[in-house]
Design a protein around this ligand. Structure first.
Ligand code: LLP
Length: 433
């Protein structure tokens, strides 16, 4: 009935997540409230890990893409399931470092890493830096030389794959700010140049074609293109590439129109494509890395709000205002993202009419969903927005000086605040009079 099996309805007609009554959670912790089903997040980590074991003889690693949800608790959770992680900024890196995440299992991305971020990465002992461009390569080589280390790297490659997804989250095509292109020889030249640098060791190649992708074909196509490039590097430069990192991007179900594949299906098909080229081109199988973010954590999260004013504008639409909005979930205003909503205290009720769920920010576009079919909604109801575990907390802001909500993790019958609710004092902590 709902997006994922961990959601259900109890005897009070309340929405449950795992064994927990969401209305009770809203009452105990207040709203807005992010709730994370730790058991489901763990299951997704395991599904990916098992798929690598089954379809690629365990010769690889799943990285949790921290940007989807970066907290010390979730980093530890991913680590305890045997995952590594990718980070994309000094802040994400610092979060993992402070959580004592094993740094050799961290890959550091970004199209414009600053000198201080690179220094931090080397100080922390980050396993692999995914180098975006020649400027960064030279800078990294200089810093590594100064610190007296050889830094292991991968290059971020644009494989020339145009995935069918929102323009803002497409990254594999030549017109992208990320990485070096294959089709114009840029990627080949940078590898050639890197072999002349004293403090750089090229271990692998990386690509990420986009996010919220439902088909497996673009991943297989990317795998094929990248494997052929690895074979070319071996043939032309005698460069042995050990790691193939194919990024993340696997789609999830936001509403009933979405029909994603399972992690096992994505990994199986992609691993087959990798093996096929390895045979054809007579090269060794690389260590295979994937970086799922959304598909690990989005379905495990929901956001709970309290309904305030309900405004019926005759012949126009009905606005249902909630006590959060674009501050805790900017995905509708940014991408027109789809979501499913449930009246948590009347979860079995049938939809009767379309409503527009609006946030409380001073911004007309601050909506969570427009014209979505809902049951009757009254002031004081608890509204649940589903599949908000990824790119909600991590993209939240303090616009209008609204404090960010806490995250409560539920696990079996236990529950725990893993990120505290911000206070007004948190809001002014950096203000100087
Ligand atoms: N690896 C790299 C290099 C990435 O850039 C990304 C996402 C991932 C892995 C993880 O992709 P995932 O499995 O989560 O699709 N804020 C947007 C999504 C931006 C994704 C950016 N990169 C959204 O809310 O839809």
């Amino acid at each position: 009935m709902f997006n994922s099996d961990n959601l259900s309805i109890n005897e009070n007609n309340h929405l449950t997540i795992g064994t927990h009554d969401t209305v009770a959670l809203a009452k105990e912790y207040g709203t807005p409230l992010y709730v994370l089903d730790e058991d489901l997040m763990r299951k997704h980590c395991r599904d990916y890990k098992e798929a690598i074991d089954k379809y690629y003889s365990g010769n690889g690693l799943i990285l949790f893409a921290s940007k989807a949800l970066c907290t010390m608790y979730t980093a530890n959770l991913a680590e305890s399931e045997g995952l590594g992680a990718d980070v994309v900024s000094g802040g994400e890196l610092y979060t993992l470092y402070k959580a004592a995440f094993p740094m050799d299992k961290v890959f550091f991305h970004g199209n414009n890493k600053t000198q201080s971020e690179i220094e931090l990465a080397i100080h922390c002992g980050v396993g692999h830096i995914v180098v975006d461009n020649k400027y960064e390569l030279d800078l990294l080589n200089d810093i590594a030389k100064e610190k007296g280390i050889i830094q292991k790297i991968l290059f971020r490659i644009k494989p020339g794959i145009d995935a069918h997804t929102h323009d803002f989250v497409k990254t594999g095509q030549i017109d992208s700010k990320f990485g070096v292109a294959l089709e114009n020889g840029e990627a080949f030249e940078i590898h050639k140049y890197a072999t002349t640098l004293s403090n750089i060791q090229v271990d692998g190649v990386h690509c990420h074609i986009g996010s919220q992708i439902f088909e497996f074909e673009p991943f297989c196509e990317a795998a094929k293109v990248m494997m052929n490039f690895i074979a070319d590097l071996k043939a032309k430069l005698s460069l042995k590439i050990k790691i193939l990192n194919l990024g993340g991007g696997f789609g999830i179900k936001y509403d009933s129109t979405d029909d994603p594949l399972t992690p096992a299906e994505y990994i199986k098909k992609t691993a087959e494509a990798v093996k096929k080229v390895a045979m054809e081109r007579n090269i060794d199988l690389p260590y295979l890395v994937f970086e799922p973010g959304r598909s690990i954590v989005a379905p495990a999260g929901i956001t709970l709000y309290t309904v305030g004013g309900v405004k019926e504008i005759e012949n126009v639409r009905t606005y249902v205002s909630v006590d959060g909005g674009m501050g805790d979930n900017p995905r509708y205003i940014l991408y027109g993202a789809k979501y499913s909503a449930v009246v948590a205290n009347n979860a079995g009720a049938k939809p009767i009419a379309p409503v527009t769920i609006a946030g409380k920010c001073c911004e007309s576009g601050d909506l969570i969903q427009e014209n979505i079919m809902m049951p009757e909604i009254k002031v004081g109801d608890t509204l649940a927005i589903l599949a908000t575990g990824a790119y909600n907390y991590s993209m939240a802001s303090n616009y209008n000086r609204i404090p960010r909500p806490p995250i409560v993790a539920v696990k079996g019958n236990e529950k725990k605040v893993i990120v505290k609710r911000e206070t007004y004092d948190d809001i002014i902590r950096n203000d100087v009079l």
